[in-house]
Design a protein around this ligand. Structure first.
Ligand code: SF4
Ligand code: SF4
Length: 193
């Protein structure tokens, strides 16, 4: 297999749109540059099976975001209430996760990339956050896959990956509606049982 040595980050990033295509299926990328993000992208490019590459990009991105926020209480939760709901008379708990069936006593039961990239304006105005555009690895995905990442809240990891692998926006839209209906039915049942 042919090998490409990456020693110029700018040049490498400007050619990602090409490197991710089938034209580079028989090329392995290598770099000795000490750059975690670059090494992540190279690892992804060296995974030649499409579905496996998507899984890697997904898990790599989730881990990178988790690492960035580790130990930070971004939403300033106190007694189950986030900063937006800490006012007299408000009994809303669990912030954005309150209408999702993936929430549990110990937090989120899954790993959702859209949720990890989301913070409301109240949090964003006072904190440094990771934005979609900060994730260079997303350049390895198609336009439709990037659209899916923007708003795929409430999906569990497996559902999310299935949508990314299919890359069909119609299916993605139907799944959003399906999940909202599923959540409302399941949460209502939980409340009344
Ligand atoms: S992002 Fe905003 S609304 Fe959502 S849990 Fe955090 S503080 Fe609350
Ligand atoms: S999937 Fe998203 S909305 Fe649901 S519990 Fe996890 S972080 Fe919260």
């Amino acid at each position: 297999m042919k090998e490409i040595l990456v020693d110029n980050k700018k040049k490498f990033y400007s050619k990602l749109f090409l490197y991710k295509t089938f034209l580079y299926k028989r090329v392995m990328f290598k770099s000795s540059l000490d750059d975690e993000e670059l090494q992540g992208i190279i690892t992804a490019l060296n995974i030649k099976k499409k579905s496996k590459r998507i899984e890697y990009i997904y898990d790599y991105s989730c881990n990178r975001i988790d690492k960035f926020y580790k130990g930070k209480n971004m939403c300033q939760f106190k007694d189950g209430q986030c900063i937006n709901h800490q006012y007299p008379g408000c009994n809303i708990k669990n912030g954005c996760c309150r209408i999702c069936i993936n929430q549990s006593e110990t937090g989120c039961k899954t790993s959702n990339l859209s949720c990890k990239l989301f913070y409301c304006d109240n949090v964003k105005k006072n904190n440094e956050t990771i934005k979609f555009k900060d994730m260079k690895i997303f350049k390895l995905l198609t336009f439709r896959q990037r659209i899916i990442i923007l708003d795929n809240f409430f999906a569990n990891r497996e559902e999310f990956l299935k949508e990314l692998k299919l890359g069909l926006l119609v299916y993605h839209s139907l799944m959003i509606v399906y999940r909202l209906m599923r959540s409302s039915i399941i949460l209502r049942k939980r409340r009344t049982s």
